[in-house]
Design a protein around this ligand. Structure first.
Ligand code: ADP
Ligand code: MG
Length: 316
């Protein structure tokens, strides 16, 4: 028996969300926001937090600064039950932050990556990695420090008997260089959304993208999220489609993909079938849209369970 179920490696930042803003910013002028929320941001942290809320034993490896924002990151993860003992403090860089100007249906964001860019292979404690059954990595393109070492990291994890998964997330530079030939042989589950998958495989359709993966990494399982259309999975020989449990009135869709991942990996690491894991991912993705932010819906699991039952007739 290993003490941990899943180790998540990835980016960490806070989201500073300005609401009810009186107009649009202009150079040389000042406008007011009606309210401010500061929350745990980052896809990796939302995934880790929600996976912990769903009942898995989760630890995080990532990098933050020594500033005030770092306390928000640590305290938020700890409150969600995530082991933060291997989150590293940079003496050079500040904690990453995203400033969100929230205008109802749309938002403008500015991100300072900070310490997340400085996470390196040398920061990973391989002995700690051996404490877990599964390694998940998220947000490849936001972490140039560790990106070239990902094939090495995943090879280490596989050699220690861990299963592995990776969600690439969006590439702000839209270059989509992921070193698939070296990385994919050490990966069990690849979890992009549809746009990311088509960009990474330079393909126009899902089927053409799968053809390319088949030649590159025959054993790789694909889980491709497709918003309100649900998700697809390729198990090496068969393409499955899981419709979404549509929430007609989502509060917001922040972290829906990460919550889907959390549900899927929760089941995958419990030995469930691909069909069952996919359905659970779709349920947790949908539940995530019932509350503001990425982790709000799972902060109270009793309430999350009631949502799942009342809205989608499913148990969590
Ligand atoms: N309005 C919605 N109602 C129900 N489920 C949703 C909704 N939007 C997204 N989801 C679920 O969340 C999953 C992830 O969403 P998606 O937007 O594709 O991922 P990402 O956030 O990574 O871009 C979808 O596969 C779907 O199951
Ligand atoms: Mg995503």
């Amino acid at each position: 028996m290993k003490p941990l179920d899943i180790i998540v490696t990835g980016e960490l930042n806070v989201d500073i969300i300005l609401n009810s803003i009186n107009g649009f910013p202009e150079m040389g002028k000042e406008i007011l926001a009606g309210s401010l929320d500061m929350t745990l941001g980052s896809s990796s942290a939302i995934f880790a937090g929600n996976l912990s809320s769903l009942g898995s034993k989760v630890a995080f490896i990532g990098k933050i600064g020594r500033d005030g924002f770092s306390s928000t990151v640590l305290e938020s993860l700890q409150k969600l039950g995530v082991d933060t003992s291997h989150i590293i403090r940079s003496d050079v860089f500040n904690t990453g932050a995203t400033i969100v100007l929230n205008y109802g249906n749309d938002r403008a964001m500015v991100t300072y990556p900070g310490a997340m860019e400085d996470l390196k292979a040398a920061d990973i404690d391989l002995r700690f990695l051996s404490n877990a059954r599964h390694l998940h990595f998220s947000s490849v393109f936001l972490q140039p420090g560790i990106r070239p070492s990902l094939p090495w990291l995943f090879a280490q994890a596989k050699s220690m008997g861990l299963t592995t998964s990776l969600d690439p997330q969006w590439d702000p530079e839209e270059k989509w260089e992921i070193n698939a030939a070296e990385l994919f042989p050490y990966l069990d589950v690849f979890m992009p959304n549809m746009a990311e998958f088509l960009n990474i495989t330079s393909s126009e359709t899902l089927e053409k993208g799968i053809e390319k993966i088949k030649n590159l990494a025959p054993g790789l399982m694909l889980v491709i999220k497709d918003g309100t259309n649900g998700a697809y999975a390729w198990n090496g020989s068969r393409l499955l489609h899981q419709p979404s449990f549509l929430n007609e009135n989502p509060v917001d869709c922040i972290g829906a993909g990460d919550s889907f991942n959390a549900g899927f990996i929760r089941k995958f690491t419990s030995g469930a079938s691909l069909e069952e894991s996919l359905e659970y991912g779709a349920i947790t993705g949908a539940v995530s849209t019932t509350c503001a932010g990425g982790t709000g819906a799972f902060a109270d699991m009793k309430k999350a369970g009631e949502f799942a039952r009342e809205l989608f007739n499913k148990t969590l």
